[in-house]
Design a protein around this ligand. Structure first.
Ligand code: BF8
Length: 684
């Protein structure tokens, strides 16, 4: 049995599955005993999910099954003779296809709006002119064309990437040359994501591709169409339309100021920042503010949940009330007039929770509707009008709010978010020599041991302190942490996104961070924004001194609480781009040693990256720091650094001492002026 499987056997799914932060425990109490919440459902179902489903060996692609397959037992192959390796590879590939399609359908939507914006059909315009030429070049458009012409060609190019039938999608040419050559050698340079997803879904149906390696290489190709295609287009065009994030001070977690007792409170939840942006614009409208006042409120307050939250936090400084596992508890405050949802990660149960209060659940996308919700379709041509209609619906609920049912704990915390890959250049290089050179230099001289990305979801079945313990252990060992998605929100709630938490860093990292007033965990955005990390890694390679390919950088990535198929696609495009990715506490192919061996070991010979699984913070940290050290050795920059070993007492101390730092501003950046509720109040 391979080591990872042995380790999996010992993995616990969490000390107290379903029990979350004090905020959540407190707020769930406001619900009647018989209301079923997600944590209660975890408790009532028991801890362990089906082992066949979990390990990837349940085949349900035809109606002779479902077949539960056991590796190495001839009688327990599928009825059709499918081996555990084939079944597991198929299931894994289908997760990649589904996850990649979610990011990329989002990206296509953004590309459509970009197209309409440059043709003057929607009330959005290109706000980030500085980035424009870079993205034009990346899309194969001459940046010296007159701006109008350039924009139109960019819009055509971006849209055509999705449906490209043959040849290499142009954005893959941003990757370091040696990496692109490897992709070419193994035939995984992607065509458009539409083709890759359809092909991968086809080849994993009954009786098509039955060679597990071939299926997994197909998954690699599909994942690249997401990371270097659909997701990258989403990020780049959102930056052009909404502005490239820069460090911004804001609040995270449920608390006064995030939700306001005397305001109409509206949460935006999902992944589409364009809808959220329209809501922000509409919230300034004097007519909307007057309507709120008419029903007895002092104003209107917006907050975010999940990745929509991350997007508006990064660009507007609008607070994030919660991550994925807090979507129910935000409603359980009783203080929300509406939760406005778009696509992805919206739990059906929120409608049931909302029924206990006056809260309206408003769906906005025709592909993501919910029984029991109000549907107000977001037509981007009438973006502001629709946004106002949504806000008016929320306002109309305010008089129904029951003050006795409202609990707003005071748990919000100040954070600094908004670290795009371009911003990192300015932060580390300073305004006058914007470059990754200082970052590379500090990695080479050993002050920064390496870089770790903590990305992806949180999960009701996993002890939520895992990410936090891991981040603290990494930064104590001089590893700079990049975070996206709900992981970033979780780390934010623990104070790790403040410059003052540099105190928790090892001496080398701390010295670098304190010189520039930078937090030890850099919030790089939502899940599609993991493409920023690909570009940051590429920039590090191009800057020099750390090898000529991504796999050589002293870096590792992880998703310690992954739950969505999107995380599998993200992990796969990082592995195929040369990064070691650690998932936990489970991995979806552990039912097949053959497939797991390929993904954990053999694939490294192809692309330089590989998968791992870990069960607790210490295992994650060990794997990631070992990888970083191995890369330092290979580069010949492995000056010995004492390793801080965390014993149980230190771990307990970390858990007990929730770090709530004072906030002193943003070092060299000074406070960036955030959009906030204050703005709403000003326009009385
Ligand atoms: O795309 S991190 S729970 S919200 S899937 Fe979902 Fe996971 Fe959160 Fe954003 Ni990403």
């Amino acid at each position: 049995m391979i080591d990872e499987r042995a380790r999996f056997g010992k993995i616990k799914t969490g000390k107290k599955p379903g029990i979350q932060t004090k905020t959540a425990e407190e707020l769930y109490k406001s619900l009647k005993e018989d209301v079923l919440t997600a944590p209660k459902r975890v408790e009532r179902r028991g801890i362990l999910p089906c082992a066949f489903g979990k390990g990837g060996t349940c085949c349900r692609v035809c109606n002779m099954g479902p077949c539960q397959v056991v590796e190495g037992v001839e009688e327990l192959k599928g009825i059709c003779g499918a081996s555990a390796a084939t079944v597991t590879a198929r299931n894994f590939a289908r997760m990649v296809a589904a996850g990649g399609s979610a990011h990329s359908d989002h990206g296509r939507h953004v590309a459509h709006i970009f197209y309409e914006a440059v043709h003057g059909d929607v009330p959005f315009e290109v706000r980030d002119k500085r980035k424009l030429k870079v993205v034009a070049q990346a899309l194969g458009v001459d940046p010296n064309l007159p701006e109008d012409e350039m924009l139109k060609r960019m819009a055509d190019s971006a849209l055509s990437v999705f449906s490209q039938q043959e040849g290499e999608i142009i954005l893959t040419h941003r990757a370091p040359k040696p990496l692109l050559e490897k992709w070419r050698k193994y035939g995984v340079v992607p065509r458009g994501v539409d083709r890759e997803v359809v092909e991968l879904t086809h080849r994993t149906t009954i009786g098509v591709d039955q060679d597990y390696k071939n299926i997994l290489l197909g998954a690699a190709r599909c994942s690249l169409a997401d990371g270097w295609g659909g997701s990258m287009i989403a990020t780049e065009l959102q930056d052009l339309l909404l502005g490239n994030p820069k460090p911004i001070k804001a609040k995270v977690n449920i608390g006064q100021g995030v939700l306001k007792l005397d305001h109409v409170n509206v949460a935006v939840h999902g992944h589409d920042p364009l809808l959220a942006d329209a809501l922000v614009m509409a919230s300034y409208d004097p007519e909307i503010i007057a309507s709120a006042k008419k029903v007895g409120a002092k104003g209107l307050t917006l907050c975010g949940v999940c990745c929509t939250g991350n997007e508006i936090l990064m660009r507007k400084g609008i607070p994030v009330a919660g991550s994925f596992i807090q979507q129910e508890v935000v409603i359980a405050t009783g203080a929300l007039e509406a939760v406005v949802v778009d696509i992805q990660c919206i739990m059906q149960n929120i409608v049931e929770i909302a029924k206990n209060f006056h809260t309206a659940v408003i769906t906005t996308n025709p592909i993501a509707m919910m029984e029991g919700a109000i549907h107000i379709p977001f037509d981007e041509k009438r973006a502001i009008e629709v946004a106002k209609e949504i806000l008016r619906t929320a306002i109309s609920r305010f008089p129904q709010r029951n003050p006795n049912k409202v609990t707003i704990p005071n748990n919000s915390i100040d954070v600094v978010a908004g670290f795009s890959h371009e911003t990192i250049m300015y932060i580390l290089g300073g305004r006058f020599r914007a470059s990754y050179k200082p970052l590379n230099e500090n990695i080479i001289n050993g002050k920064i041991r390496g870089i770790a990305a903590i990305v992806g979801c949180d999960n009701y079945r996993v002890d939520e302190s895992l990410q936090v313990e891991l981040a603290k252990e990494l930064i104590a060992n001089n590893v700079l942490v990049l975070a996206t998605g709900c992981s970033a929100t979780r780390l934010a709630m623990e104070g790790l996104l403040s410059p003052e938490s540099a105190e928790l860093a090892g001496p080398g990292l701390r010295e670098v961070l304190e010189a520039i007033g930078c937090p030890p965990v850099l919030h790089m955005g939502s899940c599609v924004d993991n493409s920023r990390i690909l570009l940051a890694a590429t920039e590090i390679v191009h800057t020099g001194g750390l090898g000529d390919d991504i796999y050589q950088i002293p870096a590792a990535g992880c998703a310690p609480q992954w739950m969505s198929e999107k995380a599998v696609s993200i992990g796969m495009y990082f592995v195929t781009s040369g990064v070691q990715v650690v998932f936990g506490p489970s991995f979806p192919t552990l039912g097949s040693k053959v497939v797991t061996d390929f993904l954990f070991h053999e694939i490294e010979k192809y692309f330089g990256g590989s998968w791992r699984v870990a069960g607790n913070a210490n295992e994650f940290a060990n794997i990631m720091i070992d990888r970083i050290d191995e890369k330092r050795r290979a580069l010949g920059i492995d000056k010995p650094k004492p390793r801080v070993l965390f014993d149980m007492a230190m771990r307990r101390a970390l858990e007990e001492a929730r770090y709530v730092p004072p906030f002193h501003g943003l070092g060299c950046f000074g406070p960036h002026v955030p959009y906030k509720q204050e703005t709403v109040e000003v326009s009385k």
